[in-house]
Ligand binder design. Sequence first.
Ligand code: ATP
Ligand code: CA
Ligand code: CA
Length: 169
Amino acid sequence: MANPKSLNVRAYIGIGSNLEQPLAQVKSACKVLAAHPHITLVDTSPWYQSKAVGPGSQPDYVNGAGLLNTALAPEELLDALQAIELAHGRERSVRWGARTLDLDILLIETLTQQTPRLTVPHPRMTERNFVLQPLLDLNPTLQLPDGRHIDHLLNIIGTQDLAVIKEGH
Ligand code: ATP
Ligand code: CA
Ligand code: CA
């Protein structure tokens, strides 16, 4: 069951797509998130184009991050994100394969948890500039629960192969 409003938490999520008009997919995901009864979409990062890191050759990705305020418990938030992925035609055949939509939980306040279904912070986020850069855009002073600063981690891995998508205003 959802927490009462007073127990809302701040959660950062990763949003990615590399199939079927990726930019339209990630924007559509944001609309659905914003309309969810137990989720407030507080902010979204700029969108970035990045090279696929999965198996074989895949189209480039569009990646970004969102800041949510939610009354959902962590596993309930994962349920909600996976339902949105499915509604966008997400198929899980090849691990790290191409996908219409990928919604990952990156951080939930200072929570750390490791269960078979959900690990927070996201276990691979510190290796991924397409995750760290949008997080930094949302919050330049953001830290992991262990105190490491996102800007420091991004300095270590660098921003190669990451291009901001310029959109008309
Ligand atoms: P990666 O996790 O390396 O980004 P992926 O996003 O392609 O890869 P998926 O196939 O989308 O991986 O997810 C596999 C499983 O990971 C999910 O079914 C989910 O239970 C689990 N999982 C564990 N921690 C998280 C998390 N923080 N956010 C989303 N899914 C998670
Ligand atoms: Ca992912
Ligand atoms: Ca995922």
